[in-house]
Design a protein around this ligand. Structure first.
Ligand code: CA
Length: 237
């Protein structure tokens, strides 16, 4: 039997932790809990969970700082931000600092469990589907090692979040094909939600460009087809 996937909940409201723990356990997950940001960061690094549910407003260290610290330390664990606010700026900030997803309180337990499952499956599939290989040139000075999920530009390793990596490899494996933001949400994010959540795609593209493009304002790899979507550009002879 496969070992249970482990979810770390970082949340200071004990009743929320309790109800999340109950529902996640019932769905077959092992659950760890931390009640402040510092403890959450420590447990994330020591316990190596498969996913983190991270509240924003936390004692000692807020959720954004926890997420940023995790990414700075090279962790690519999927992080779902739990935000009490409908603030667009919260969502954007969360994604900019490397969170994979966010969910607004009060949330439906059913949706939360679905998101947890989708984010864990996506990570597991990405790991399992990676063939053994060296870094393969993709286009220009960009190369990807699908074994180690490492991306290089001009031979220099680039630090991408799991989601940025998946967006890049998805687009790069369908060169010059334009995908709408909604299509990318479905293909790369694994669930088809639409509306203003499509903004998530824009934020991730922008971050990716900042990392892989020599001049992010004038990208050569990930291009925008105005009114249509994004595509990975490979020159055609
Ligand atoms: Ca809180």
């Amino acid at each position: 039997m496969e070992p249970k996937k482990r979810v770390l909940i970082v949340e200071d409201e004990k009743n929320i932790v309790d109800i999340l723990r109950f529902n996640l356990q019932r769905s077959g997950y092992e659950v760890l809990g931390a009640y402040d940001g510092e403890e959450g960061l420590r447990m994330a690094l020591e316990e190596n969970p498969d996913l983190i549910l991270l509240d924003v407003m936390l004692p000692k260290m807020n959720g954004f700082d926890v997420c940023r610290a995790l990414r700075d330390k090279g962790s690519s664990v999927p992080v779902i931000i739990l935000t009490a606010r409908e603030e667009e700026s919260d969502k954007v900030l969360g994604l900019e600092i490397g969170a994979d997803d966010y969910i607004t309180k009060p949330f439906s337990m059913r949706e939360l469990i679905a998101r947890v499952g989708a984010n864990i499956r996506r990570t597991a599939m990405a790991a399992a589907s990676a063939p053994a290989s060296d870094a393969m040139p993709v286009a220009g000075d960009l190369s990807i090692n699908t074994d180690s999920h490492q991306v290089y530009r001009a031979g220099q390793a680039i630090d991408l979040t799991q989601r940025e990596y998946e967006l890049l490899t998805f687009l790069a494996s369908h060169p010059n094909k334009v995908y709408s933001r909604i299509a990318l949400m479905e293909q790369v994010w694994n669930y088809g939600y639409v509306g203003d959540d499509a903004r998530t795609v824009d934020v991730t593209v922008r971050r990716l460009r900042e990392k892989i493009e020599a001049d992010p304002a004038n990208p050569v790899y990930i291009l925008t087809r105005r009114g249509a979507g994004y595509y990975f550009s490979v020159p055609q002879n």
